[in-house]
Structures are given as C-alpha cells and as structure tokens.
Design a protein around this ligand. Structure first.
Ligand SMILES: [Zn+2]
Length: 317
C-alpha cells in the first residue's frame, strides 16, 4: 500500500520575516499572496493531493483565498487548519515594546489571553469556512503544554508545530526565546502527553511533525551530519527527492509532509522567492517533486491521516 503525502501551507499575510511590531503599534499586514493560491491548489489537484491551509487571522479575512478554499472544501480537495500569529490575532493586547524583540510568541501572553486568542481564531475559521477546525500549527513553531490543553478543549485532533532536530532557542519573540526541539527525533506521528510535549502520552491529540531528517554528507575529508527539511528553499530539489526516497523505503514512517508559506508562492512577499523567475523555478521544481511523490505516495489531509491511521480509536478523540 502507498504511504501518505501531506501538504501543509502556513497561510498568512505578506512578508512576515520582518517584524511588523513598532513602538507605535502594528504596521499594516497586506495579503496580496491570497490572490495567487489558486495556482498551487490546481497543482495539488493535478496529483490528487489535499493541501492543508493552516490559516491565520488576516488570511481568514482575505476574500480571494476564502472563496477559493470554500470551493475546494466542497469537493474535499483541501483542509483548513489553524495557524496563529498571536501578535495580531484578536483579542489584541500589546506587551511592553522591546526594540530588540520581534513577533511575540503566543506563550508570552497571559494564559487567559492565550486561551481567548485560540478560541477566537478557531471560531472565526469555523464560521468563515463552514468546516470543523481540527488541525493546528502554531506561529513561529511555538508549542507547550498549555497550547496542547487549549487544543484539546477546542476539539483539535492534530498538531504539526514541532520541528524535530531544530531549536528556536536563539530566536527572540517579544522578550522570550523559542522552543528547543533539537533533542526530538523524527519518527512520524504519535499521541502527545499532557505533561510533557516532548513525550508520547494519552492526551487524545496527535503530533504529526513536518518531515525533517538527518543526513550524512561527505564534506571532505569527513562525513558531516546535515538537517534536511521537506520544504523548498529554491535550491534543494535533490535533497527533497532524497527525503522522499528515504521515507518511502523505511518501515519507520507512515507519511511524508511538505511545508511552505502561502507568501512564498508570490514574488517579493517573502525573502526566498523574490522575483517572478524564482516563482517559476519553484513551480518547475514542484512539478518534478510532486510527480515523483505521486508515484509512491497518495495525498491526504492531515486530520484524515490521523483518523485513518488510528482507525476507530480516533472517533473518541
Ligand atoms: Zn506563520
């Protein structure tokens, strides 16, 4: 039987690699990239893949995306999940400005506010897209036991915020630093523990992390370990094909997960694909990649993946 392929898109406003928080409040966040997502949706449909649009606040209000996604949802050709950029997701309360800080992690707000923000965005997405919201990826890869508690209470089935082998402990939010996942290994999906998010447990919520593998490469005169992420960066098609083969062959893994930001599909709204040419090259790579993937994998949404994987047990989630 073919393994599963999960496509996740962090669906968010333009150019959020530079901070929008200023001493005088938030700069305007534009959503030009919402107009260009149909091309990606069509590419996925060509290969029978079901993109999971992990959607944040401003994109839940971006009509071109909302209309496209509603249509795709009707035919079960897409899934909408939640992706929160806590700094501009209502209810808004600003933390004291830090000139050295960047976008605030959700974990920097009070628990009351974290819960209110999670609840608000979940309801907004449910109302906007008329679909249950059961999958989640935190903004800036933040995840902790309180996030998990909120997800469980709101009826989520699956999270994909944790990046095995990668640490965000040097990446500042407002004042705090990000989560360190460097000791976490990639071994596919597992049920999270309420007490320690780095451990397996019985919370009822599954972690289905993005596919990230360690690889040995010869950098003369010795072998070096590199971290390979199934996420296009403009020059890693070969590495992504290597990951695809590795996941296909190994009995340890049940799925392959792709990741990209919606703003990386529009020229200039991201730092990696700046020009029209870079977007065309990205789509050429994606054609090659998706065709190769479709020979060995079959597309699924992330919630459906968990439900199929755990079978009847998932009903009680
Ligand atoms: Zn994001």
């Amino acid at each position: 039987m073919k393994k599963k392929f999960i496509v996740t898109i962090d669906t968010e406003g333009d150019d959020l690699w530079t901070t929008k928080i200023t001493r005088n409040g938030l700069k305007e966040i534009t959503t030009e990239n919402a107009k260009n997502l149909e091309r990606f949706q069509n590419l996925c449909e060509k290969y029978g893949f079901v993109p999971v649009y992990l959607t944040n606040y401003e994109m839940a209000l971006a009509q071109p995306f909302v209309e496209m996604a509603r249509y795709a949802l009707k035919n079960r050709r897409a899934e909408i999940g939640m992706h929160m950029h806590a700094w501009n997701s209502p209810p808004i309360e600003h933390l004291p400005y830090n000139p050295r800080g960047t976008h605030t992690y959700i974990g920097e707000y009070s628990r009351r506010l974290q819960w209110e923000k999670m609840k608000y965005l979940t309801r907004l997405l449910e109302d906007t897209f008329q679909t249950p919201i059961t999958s989640h990826r935190s903004g800036r890869w933040w995840f902790d036991e309180f996030t998990l508690k909120c997800l469980k209470k709101l009826g989520y089935v699956v999270d994909c915020s944790m990046t095995p082998y990668i640490s965000w402990a040097d990446t500042i939010g407002n004042r705090q630093y990000g989560v360190d996942y460097s000791k976490d290994r990639y071994h596919g999906e597992y049920m999270l523990s309420m007490k320690n998010i780095h451990k397996q447990g019985h919370s009822g919520v599954y972690e289905v992390p993005p596919t990230i593998l360690k690889r040995y490469v010869l950098k003369f005169p010795k072998l070096q370990k590199t971290t390979e992420w199934f996420r296009p960066n403009g020059s890693n098609l070969k590495e992504m094909l290597w990951i695809k083969d590795k996941i296909k062959k190994s009995e340890k893994y049940g799925y392959l997960q792709f990741m990209l930001h919606s703003s990386e599909l529009t020229p200039g709204t991201n730092p990696t694909f700046k020009y029209r040419n870079s977007i065309e090259k990205l789509y050429l790579d994606l054609e090659i990649l998706f065709e190769a993937v479709s020979a060995d994998f079959v597309g699924t949404g992330i919630t459906d993946y968990v439900k199929e994987r755990v079978g009847s047990n998932a009903e009680g989630l």
